[in-house]
Design a protein around this ligand. Structure first.
Ligand code: NAD
Length: 469
């Protein structure tokens, strides 16, 4: 690659992946011009403002350093595509529900529309990179769309380059990626395209950590990685139920199991369940692919990871109701944390939605506090689709607080749904005094000092440990 010519990169989709990925790319590659485009003018305006549309530790600094230097956020999709040598497609790929409620494939309509835009606009050769998580062989569909609308003399190369960042640690994950995966066609032209993308990453990722495969392996590896991560959570959560029934302690079991170097300690934290926009969606996608390939046993195997997660969320919610003397009707309950994990404001598939909706269905009143989630987002999540007769009733039953101490005044219980660090160091004596008695804490993330809380007077319940009154 001739490093003297400025390479122009365009990214379609300025979301949780497109924004941080391009910000880090711009930071590490001063010789590349990166333009992130989105059809949402509101999102682009936020990227160009002081308050970015997403919260990620370290993101503000990176964006401030590069914005309008070699990083641009724009709604001018046409110019960005026209000028780019390499185009990332980083649009959302949500789950599509079919009528019979069974097959739940990835909805590729946004990927398709991005491909159609490229085909319509491109006037020179383009390397098109799937950054979005897609089903295996999605590159084939993109190629069909591009070729069907191809102008004479234009060449397209399609690469798969799935993103492995985790929300909450996106910048760290991008800067120090375990690996970068690039899948391409096994032809001389395909290899050249892979080399070009690899050249970008080599600005900051050691070459030995850049893995190249064929396109289909790369696409499948992304689904496989998320399926394995979610499977570990469901495995330890399944054992948490056994622990509660037998007197074993899931933290002790996880430690004992995780010290086996063949297994390792990561992702063995029992909890109320996994959330986020990816795990469930990507496993459903894998299940759908397996069904299509007539591999029902494989589909059922991975489906169980999701079913176990649903079971865990509902088991935890039922435990709260049972402990509060089998009725939460008109009881006020504090919810600590609504995001699907700490250090993000993202609520997609957060277990807090299931817990809150179950409690609302049983007539509880909720006092919710999360340090990063916008109040409108919480109300939106709890009213779409609505569990009670009307969204108005939900709005009446839910109060959002900007401070944890106001969220506990006069409540019967605290339900901790997100592992925000600040929950560990709150003044629980003060909290206990302002609550109804008996006062309960349900620690869905196992982060609090339970002994200390019990000494204060709380009844503490957690995941994977038998409760002793
Ligand atoms: P997102 O919803 O935050 O952002 C997607 C953006 O694409 C939106 O702003 C939307 O307006 C824009 N968009 C959609 N169609 C468009 C079009 N035709 N033209 C211009 N803009 C368009 O999604 P995300 O969380 O960034 O995820 C993007 C992809 O990356 C998904 O496939 C997801 O599975 C995958 N992924 C996500 C994560 C994560 O942690 N969020 C991690 C790894 C991979």
């Amino acid at each position: 690659m001739d490093t003297l010519t400025v390479m122009k990169v365009c990214c379609i989709g300025a979301g949780y992946v497109g924004g941080p990925t391009c910000a880090v790319m711009a930071l590490k590659c001063p010789d590349i011009q990166v333009t992130v485009v989105d059809r949402s003018s509101e999102r682009i305006a936020q990227w160009n403002s002081e308050k970015l549309p997403i919260y990620e530790p370290g993101l503000d600094d990176v964006v401030k350093k590069c914005r309008n230097v070699n990083l641009f956020f724009s709604t001018d999709i046409e110019t960005a595509i026209k000028e780019a040598d390499l185009i990332f497609i980083s649009v959302n790929t949500p789950t599509k529900n079919f009528g019979n409620g069974k097959g739940r494939a990835a909805d590729l309509k946004y990927v398709e529309s991005a491909a159609r835009m490229i085909a319509e606009i491109a006037q020179s050769n383009k390397i098109v990179v799937e950054k979005s998580t897609v089903p295996v062989r999605a590159a084939e569909s993109i190629m069909h769309i591009l070729h069907a609308n191809q102008r004479p003399g234009i060449r397209y190369d399609i690469l798969s380059n799935p993103e492995f960042l985790a929300e909450g640690t996106a910048i760290e994950d991008l800067v120090h990626a375990d690996r970068v995966l690039i899948g391409g066609e096994e032809t001389p032209e395909g290899h050249k395209a892979v080399e070009k993308l690899s050249w970008i990453y080599e600005h900051w990722i050691p070459k030995k950590n850049i893995l190249t495969t064929n396109t289909w392996s790369s696409e499948l590896s992304k689904l496989a990685a998320n399926a394995f991560l979610a499977q570990r959570i469901s495995s330890i959560n399944s054992l948490s139920a056994v622990c509660e029934a037998t007197g074993a302690d899931v933290s002790e079991v996880a430690r004992a199991v995780g010290l086996d170097s063949r297994i390792g300690a990561k992702f063995l934290q029992a909890s109320v369940g996994f959330g986020g926009s990816c795990f469930q969606k990507d496993i459903l996608n894998l299940v759908y692919i397996c069904e299509g390939l007539n591999l029902p046993e494989v589909a059922a195997y991975w489906q169980q990871v999701i079913d176990m997660n649903e079971y865990q969320k509902s088991r935890f919610s039922q435990k709260i109701i049972e402990s509060l003397f089998n009725t939460v009707s008109d009881k006020r309950i504090s919810i600590f944390g609504f995001a699907f994990k700490k250090n993000t404001g993202d609520t997609r598939e957060t277990p807090a939605i299931t817990v809150c909706k179950t409690l609302l269905e049983e007539g509880a009143k909720l006092d919710i506090y999360d340090p990063k989630v916008e109040p409108e987002q919480i109300i939106d999540d709890l009213t779409h689709p609505c569990v009670t007769e009307s969204p108005e009733n939900v709005k009446k039953a839910v109060q959002i607080h900007s401070d944890p101490y106001s969220a506990v005044r006069g409540t019967h219980a605290i339900v901790l749904c997100t592992e925000w660090d600040e929950f560990v160091t709150l003044d629980y004596k003060r909290i206990y005094q302002s609550m109804m008695k008996p006062a309960y804490i349900f620690d869905g993330r196992k982060i609090l000092d339970h002994e200390n809380l019990q000494q204060i007077g709380f009844h503490v319940q957690t995941i994977g440990k038998r409760y002793q009154r």
